[in-house]
Design a binder for this molecule. Structure first.
Ligand SMILES: [Ca+2]
Length: 297
């Protein structure tokens, strides 16, 4: 009897160790799985919408007539509903389909897309990492005090050639090469990335504002840069950043420089055809974003 009990006790300990190991493995694997699964669903939805638009484009070319039927083969993997945003062939952005979960779930009034995050969520924003959180009506990028790497998030908007992107942003903390950025004209963000970006960059050459071009995920040297004023307060103050795009000319305005009325930096580039704007933090940067307003001019 005694020997039997010893054997049972030993097996129980083994079982507990196995359970503990499985629990430890799951704690690593499950969050990563959840992030990748959501990335895959968002990318599948983007691909569906592209295919719907291609179908419409070719059916219009073949028939010169409107067909507003969305083929039932195309279903958003997270249950979003597809609807036409632009189905008029005389509109420059024709055709454009929206998804109630991934695109145009935000309030759209006229030619303006806004998000103040006061609904407690970031629906409609594509995220490249899970380090984006809405807390008390603001959108936070990064993890405070943790050197994570690259955090990107994107929002589709019907931009046209001339538009403004306005964001209230606060650099909370970071060290060394850190800062935040605002993407515009972005495309292909679910895979690599083609975009322009304005960066609020305390880590660049002693503290600068910078425009860069990103092709296939790789950023160029700055296409324009300017040093910040001496003693500039980088952290802890919310500032309004405005990017004004007029064809191939990009201007950046910051509320605490030149009274926010004269641009702090200007660049020219070849306009990407992308229709997304976005936000970025990198390294151990931690920043909040609020009141994003994208206005087609
Ligand atoms: Ca807010």
């Amino acid at each position: 009897m005694k020997q039997k009990n010893q054997i049972r006790g030993f097996m129980l300990i083994e079982l507990l160790i196995v359970i503990a190991v499985i629990a430890a493995l799951l704690s690593i694997a499950v969050p990563r799985y959840v992030v990748y699964a959501e990335l895959a669903r968002t990318a599948a939805c983007l691909s569906n919408r592209y295919n719907i638009e291609q179908d419409k484009r070719s059916s219009y070319m073949n028939n010169e007539a409107q067909s507003l039927v969305i083929d039932s083969r195309y279903k958003c993997p997270t249950g979003g509903v597809y609807a036409w945003l632009i189905s008029d062939p005389t509109q420059p952005a024709f055709p454009r389909v929206g998804c109630s979960r991934h695109y145009a779930s935000l309030p759209v009034a006229g030619n303006t897309v806004t998000d103040n995050f006061n609904d407690g969520n970031s629906n409609g924003w594509f995220k490249s990492s899970n380090n984006w959180k809405v807390i008390d009506g603001k959108y936070y990028g990064g993890v405070q005090g943790v050197r994570f790497g690259e955090n990107r998030t994107f929002l589709e908007a019907d931009l046209g050639a001339n538009y403004t992107v306005q964001v209230d942003a606060k650099m909370i903390s970071g060290s060394g090469g850190y800062g935040y950025g605002i993407y515009f004209g972005a495309t292909d963000y679910a895979n690599t990335l083609d975009s322009y970006i304005f960066q609020y960059d305390p880590g660049w050459q002693g503290g600068s504002f910078v425009f860069r071009k990103i092709t296939g995920g790789y950023e160029s040297n700055p296409i324009a840069q300017v040093l910040a004023p001496a003693g500039y307060q980088w952290n802890g103050v919310e500032k309004q950043i405005t990017i004004a795009v007029s064809g191939n000319t990009y201007k950046a305005y910051i509320s605490d420089i030149n009274g926010g009325t004269t641009s702090v930096l200007q660049a020219t580039g070849t306009t990407f055809s992308g229709t997304a704007v976005g936000l970025r933090t990198w390294n151990d940067s931690y920043a909040s974003f609020d009141n994003v307003i994208v206005t087609r001019q």
